[in-house]
Write a protein that binds this ligand. Sequence first.
Ligand code: 9J3
Ligand code: ZN
Length: 301
Amino acid sequence: MQLHPHTSRRRTGRLAGLTAALAAVVGLSTLTGPGAHAAADNPYERGPAPTESSIEALRGPYAVSQTSVSRLAATGFGGGTIYYPTSTADGTFGAVAISPGFTALESSISWLGPRLASQGFVVFTIDTLTTVDQPGSRGDQLLAALDYLTQRSSVRGRIDSSRLGVMGHSMGGGGSLEAAKTRPSLKAAIPMTPWNLDKTWPELRTPTLIFGADADTIAPVATHAKPFYNTLPSSLDRTYIELNNATHFAPNTSNTTIAKYSISWLKRFIDKDTRYEQFLCPLPQRSLTIDEAQGNCPHTS
Ligand code: 9J3
Ligand code: ZN
């Protein structure tokens, strides 16, 4: 925020008193107005200013409620669980659907539900129609889940339907690439140790963060995550993070590296919240948990 130049200019007499009174009123309304943290210049900003520890924490600032969607109530996907901020005081939120991998259930990615929702998103962890559905089908199912979420779900009024994203593990991660290819209006995609027979993704227009795992022998990074990342348009906001000492199944248990960079990516591209750019650019350094990171910085969209 920039100080009004008049506040630093010297005045005398009654005009000075009036100026001071006006400044006090303006300052007070800035602190106490609707959504204490909603910046005037970004209507999508939600929650307090982030810190390294706030994005690493097991829970963010929002209390979370959940509701289950039965397989029978769902069309085009297998039902799931919706996690959402309990309070309606901060207006609507962006939303993200998350698909599990081959043979896996929603429970394999459920840790992400409250972890992401508590930062200020509506999160839908889904089951697929069958556990052996391929990435193309999983992409369609992620989109069907987003449509259910924004058009039919009990929390549809809490969602900004123009700000949506997709995530997924393995074939679900491959599915998140498929979903973004089908629906370029998606604001963020996060494939986690993704698997897909299609190795090239130049069609994507959605900012994409790909997690690979250095010890993945099921979807080895050399034939999955890396070529997926490398074939995204170089003009696209894209990042590749390779988890260190991690297997294909790293995204199936609570993982702070996945959480902190996913939160930052969703905030930066679903909410346009540039307060999170500091965690993405410059790219993370090699560490005990990160083998390698690639990406364009600063971001362009
Ligand atoms: O979803 C996945 O875990 C994909 C890896 C896999 O089992 O592929 C074998 C066809
Ligand atoms: Zn390593």
